[in-house]
Ligand binder design. Structure first.
Ligand code: NI
Length: 226
C-alpha cells in the first residue's frame, strides 16, 4: 500500500527548510549505507547528528503530530528522526531494500522499519528525474510529489531513486515502527477508517456508524502493540 499525504509542510516551512539545506554541511551518502546499498547509492546526506537536520526534523515531526491522515495510515508507535538527502548531476540510488532495524541516533534504542517515508522538498518542476520508484506486486510505481507532500510505503518494498538529470532534488526521509506490524492488517484498518469517515460525512446520523467505529477500534485493540 502506497499512501500520499499532501501538505504535511506549508509553503513557508518548505522555503525555510530548503534555505537552510542550501548552506548545510552535506556528506557522501555512501558513508551511511549498508554493504549492498553502498554499491548503488550516490547522493549527499546530512549526518543524523547534524544540528540543521535535527532542527528541520523536529519541524517535520511536529507537523506529523497534527496530521490525522498520517496517524490513520501509519498508526505510528515510533518515528525515526527525519534525515535529509540531496541528488544533483545524475546522482541516483539504485535498487535496494532498507534495513529492517535502525538505531535511533543519540540513544540506545532501535526501531523496526515497518514503513518508509519520503517528504519531497524541492518543487517537482525545478528538477528532472529523481522519481522514487517503488516495486510492488502490481509492478513499479514512480512517485514525484509537490514540495511539502509525503509518501508512505511499506518498508518491505524494493525501491530506487531515478537519476536527477537537471536541478537539485532535496528530500527528507525517515522510517516508522507501526503499532500494527502486519501490512495487511494495517491496510484493512486504513480502508475501514476511510469508509467510516465517508459514511459519517454522507449519513452522519446512521446508528451503524457507532458499531462500525466499534469494529475499527476492536480490531485495532486486537492487533496493536503500544
Ligand atoms: Ni531506501
Amino acid at each position: 500500500m502506497l499512501i500520499t499525504i499532501p501538505g504535511v509542510l506549508t509553503a513557508e516551512q518548505v522555503a525555510a527548510c530548503t534555505a537552510q539545506l542550501a548552506k548545510a554541511d552535506w556528506a557522501d551518502g555512501r558513508d551511511s549505507a549498508g554493504y549492498l546499498s553502498q554499491a548503488v547509492k550516490n547522493n549527499a546526506q546530512l549526518a543524523d547528528t547534524d544540528p540543521v537536520a535535527r532542527r528541520l526534523g523536529d519541524t517535520i515531526l511536529q507537523a506529523l503530530e497534527q496530521s490525522s491522515s498520517f496517524f490513520g495510515a501509519a498508526l505510528p508507535l515510533k518515528v525515526l528522526p527525519p534525515l535529509f538527502n540531496r541528488y544533483a548531476g545524475e546522482q541516483a540510488y539504485g535498487r535496494h531494500i532498507d534495513g529492517a532495524i535502525r538505531p535511533v541516533a543519540g540513544t540506545h534504542h532501535r526501531l523496526r522499519t515497518d514503513l518508509s517515508a519520503t517528504l519531497f522538498l524541492s518543487a517537482p518542476e525545478s528538477y528532472d528525474g529523481g522519481e522514487l520508484v517503488i516495486e510492488d506486486t502490481f509492478g513499479e510505481r514512480a512517485v514525484k510529489l509537490a514540495s511539502g507532500d509525503l509518501v508512505l510505503y511499506p518498508g518491505t518494498s524494493v525501491h530506487r531513486v531515478a537519476p536527477v538529470t537537471r536541478g537539485v532534488r532535496l528530500a527528507a526521509f525517515f522510517w516508522i515502527q507501526s503499532m500494527v506490524r502486519d501490512v495487511t492488517q494495517r491496510s484493512i484498518l486504513y480502508e475501514l477508517d476511510a469508509a467510516i469517515q465517508r459514511l459519517a460525512k454522507d449519513v452522519p446520523s446512521h446508528a451503524a456508524l457507532v458499531d462500525l467505529a466499534g469494529v475499527y477500534h476492536n480490531l485495532l485493540r486486537a492487533w496493536a502493540d503500544s
